[in-house]
Design a protein around this ligand. Structure first.
Ligand code: PMP
Length: 480
């Protein structure tokens, strides 16, 4: 045993840089009821930066030192809203480099605070830009890297050190931990570094026997989705409606993946909730996606099979989203707590069957918008793209209001005369809470089910239903 191996066994390290990796595999016991195969989850949140991205961050930074792109006094630059920035900032702090991270403006205050805690400078840039836009975070980061002497741009999407990190560490760990017994490897695909490097190692060492399965949000284009937005962060490939050419990261080698399985957000979330409540594992959203696929795969397998699924990070980073009834309810996802009072869905019948609200696409003129409005006083305006002849709604932008359009020149773009966005309520939220959130809004309200707008409903119908529910309580008391 070498000196460094001995210290790894003892868990004693010279710096945080060495303490990355060697994360545990934990077997699932309750979610696997009725499944013959063994399913192990690899807990990447136990890395020092609390995610799998520590591995890629370390490998990219060390490779840049070797190539001379990064030298003492240098500056590390990356464009990310997530875990890679934290990993890089922590390692750069330990090694004495300056760090700049460019993030989109929708990123949470906690994430910015986390980066700043490690001494990183955070540049905030408007989100929702196509990848070729000069204000897209990658363009901003590249510009900074060109301007600052001694700056090095990490570029996880196209940096070969990203998949190489997993070929060198994640893959060999899984092989050794299962005594060469792993038969299936499941992971999500963001930059593709994890699945590519781990998958390539496991295929090679097993003579091609290990099956490599990607777990993808159902609208991500990796798995054949239409590219519209979804709610599970950090995995999948989104296609902005104005992207001229859809480029996939070089860190992702699709050839290593035997198949991709698509998972709706609602399944990722319910799996996540069950992992926390039934297995004691508090994991991030992309872990829910990956474990949902691992269970689906394992269900078809026999007692000799060993499925390893990689869980990239912890649920602690998402307590105000995936584990918050307020957030879940607003989007119409299943809540964590049981609700006994009337909910919004009670007014809709079957939300799956609800008629989609009429919408106005963002590219049309005021004249066309007037025709689309017809008799309606207000309709939502959406960013839209056509895929396979079918219009794909990518994002709600605002509204067209008949009254406002009356005075607008007919040839103007409708987006020059947008009204405020409609309030959104969720099918799963208690009616009384949804109405309380509306405040004094009058008129139509969008209803979301499993994260998608499924209906428009008038506020007075909602208010009447709440009054009726309260009224029946009064009657009951009188009758009693
Ligand atoms: N899940 C989370 C939480 C992540 O931060 C990442 C990395 N962006 C991924 C999944 C995807 O990993 P990779 O980039 O290696 O494909």
């Amino acid at each position: 045993m070498t000196d460094i191996e001995a210290r790894t066994v003892a868990g004693v390290f010279d710096s945080v840089v060495e303490a990355i990796g060697n994360t545990p595999l934990v077997r699932l016991n309750r979610l696997t009821a009725g499944i013959a195969a063994t399913v192990y989850v690899k807990l990447e949140y136990l890395n020092p930066g609390a995610s799998v991205k520590d591995r890629a961050a370390r490998a990219m930074l060390l490779a840049a030192e070797v190539s001379g792109e990064l030298a003492p006094g240098g500056t590390v630059i990356e464009a990310t809203s997530g875990n890679t920035g934290v990993g890089l900032a922590a390692i750069a702090a330990a090694k004495g480099y300056r760090t700049i991270v460019v993030v989109p403006d929708k990123v949470s205050a906690e994430k910015i605070a986390l980066l700043r805690a490690h001494g990183a400078e955070v540049h905030v840039t408007p989100g929702g830009r196509p990848v070729d836009h000069p204000e897209h975070l990658r363009s901003v980061a590249l510009r900074l890297a060109a301007e600052i002497p001694g700056a090095w741009f990490a570029g996880q999407y196209d940096n070969p050190a990203n998949p190489a990190a997993h070929r060198a560490t994640t893959g060999p760990e899984i092989w050794a931990q299962t005594g060469g017994g792993v038969t299936h490897f499941v992971a999500g695909v963001g930059t593709g570094g994890t699945i590519t490097g781990t998958g390539e190692f496991l295929k090679e060492v097993s003579g091609g026997a290990v099956q490599v399965i990607g777990a993808d949000p159902d609208s991500s284009v990796y798995g054949g989705g239409d590219g519209r937005a979804w709610y599970i962060e950090s995995v999948g490939h989104y296609l902005h409606p104005e992207t001229a050419e859809d480029l996939w990261p070089e860190s992702y080698h699709p050839a290593v993946v035997d198949r991709l399985e698509r998972v709706p957000d609602v399944t990722s979330l319910t799996t996540l909730h069950r992992l926390a409540r039934e297995e004691g594992l508090l994991l991030g959203g992309s872990s829910g996606t990956a474990v949902a696929v691992a269970l689906r795969v394992a269900r078809e397998l026999s007692v000799e099979d060993v499925v390893v699924v990689l869980a990239p990070d912890s649920g602690r980073s998402y307590l105000s989203k995936y584990f918050d009834d307020e957030w879940l309810g607003r989007l119409g996802f299943p809540l964590l707590s049981a609700v006994t009072e009337p909910i919004v869905a009670d007014l809709l019948g079957d939300p799956e069957q609800a008629q989609r609200p009429r919408v106005v696409p963002s590219g049309v003129t005021v004249d066309v918008a007037r025709e689309l409005l017809g008799d309606a006083p207000v309709l939502p305006v959406v960013l839209q793209r056509v895929a396979g002849g079918v219009p794909v709604v990518a994002e709600l932008l605002g509204t067209v209001v008949a009254e406002t359009l009356a005075a607008a020149p007919g040839a103007d773009l409708v987006t020059q005369h947008l009204g405020p966005p409609l309030p959104v309520i969720g099918t799963t939220e208690p009616l009384a809470r949804a109405v309380a959130r509306l405040g004094d809004h009058r008129g139509p309200v969008l209803v979301a089910h499993h994260g998608r707008a499924v209906a428009l409903i008038q506020d007075d119908r909602l208010r009447a239903a709440v009054a009726a529910a309260n009224g029946s309580t009064v009657h009951a008391e009188v009758a009693g």
